[in-house]
Design a protein around this ligand. Structure first.
Ligand code: SAH
Length: 245
């Protein structure tokens, strides 16, 4: 029996946003591997083993998946959103780089999903309709100084921006610093949107000028979108025009 690993994105929460390709992979799998809340989204069934693990053990989880595939299992590693956006796909390749050379011959595929910023942008209107970038505000895997530099330069360059992992209990002050930098570089009238639990029943969207934003508006279930200088509100929608003079 030949095994495989597919690293799949489950989308932002709504089952309607799980792609057909991801759905089929889950149906074919013998094993599901992932962070506890993502694995809990998969319906148990006979013949399917669910392997839940904690958040910070990504490389171990990836090794486990590759090891099972080498033994003939059909393994789906689940991520929320898209697996290539601040998630498990890179972790899998890191484990592959460190692992036995035979693993390079395994059947490995990455199945894309709807990432949080795109789901949030769609619910808001089209705030990412012109050039934009995505920045992970967590300094778990990179120095905070680098985050500040990227934030400042992206703001100076006029990108709209999406921020993942904006604020956690273990680093409560950094989001305040990020807001300070944004106000300095973009001005207080630039629009900022806080999109929490996008596509879930508890979804909450708030759009305000940067001058009114406070740190408590963001948490780990929120993706934050900051517009560029042309981003505007029309009725209940937020959009960024495609034309720049
Ligand atoms: N791979 C995921 C991102 C993982 S990082 C993706 O592509 O979406 C985790 C961060 O994603 C969270 O801190 C939050 O900023 C964002 N996020 C994920 N799902 C979300 C949702 N349904 N609503 C709002 N933000 C979400």
């Amino acid at each position: 029996m030949s095994g495989w690993v597919q690293v799949a994105g489950l989308g932002p929460g709504d089952d309607g946003m799980v792609t057909r390709e991801v759905h089929d992979a889950i149906c074919d799998a013998t094993d599901i591997v992932g962070y506890i809340p993502y694995v809990r989204r998969i319906a148990p069934r006979p013949g399917l083993t669910l392997h839940e693990s904690d958040n910070r053990v990504e490389i171990d989880r990836a090794k486990h998946a590759l090891d099972m595939a080498a033994q003939g299992h059909r393994v789906v590693v689940v991520s929320s959103g898209d697996p290539g956006v601040f998630a498990m796909a890179s972790a899998l390749f890191e484990a592959l780089e460190d692992g036995p050379i035979e693993w390079l011959d395994l059947d490995i595929r990455i199945l894309p999903g709807v990432t949080a910023m795109l789901a949030a942008a769609a619910r808001l209107g089209a705030p990412l309709g012109h050039d934009f970038c995505a920045i992970n505000l967590s300094d778990n895997l990179k120095p905070w100084a680098l985050i500040e530099t990227r934030l400042r330069l992206a703001a100076q360059a006029g990108f709209a921006m999406a921020f993942y992992n904006p604020r956690s209990k273990s680093r409560p002050h950094q989001f305040g610093r990020a807001l300070e930098i944004l106000r300095e570089e973009c001005g207080g009238s630039t629009l900022i949107s806080f999109a929490k639990d996008v596509t879930k029943p508890s979804q909450n969207l708030v759009t305000i000028p940067l001058s009114e934003a406070t740190v408590d508006m963001a948490d780990m279930r929120t993706v934050v979108i900051v517009g560029n200088q042309d981003t505007r509100q029309i009725g209940r929608f937020v959009y960024t025009p495609r034309r720049v003079e």
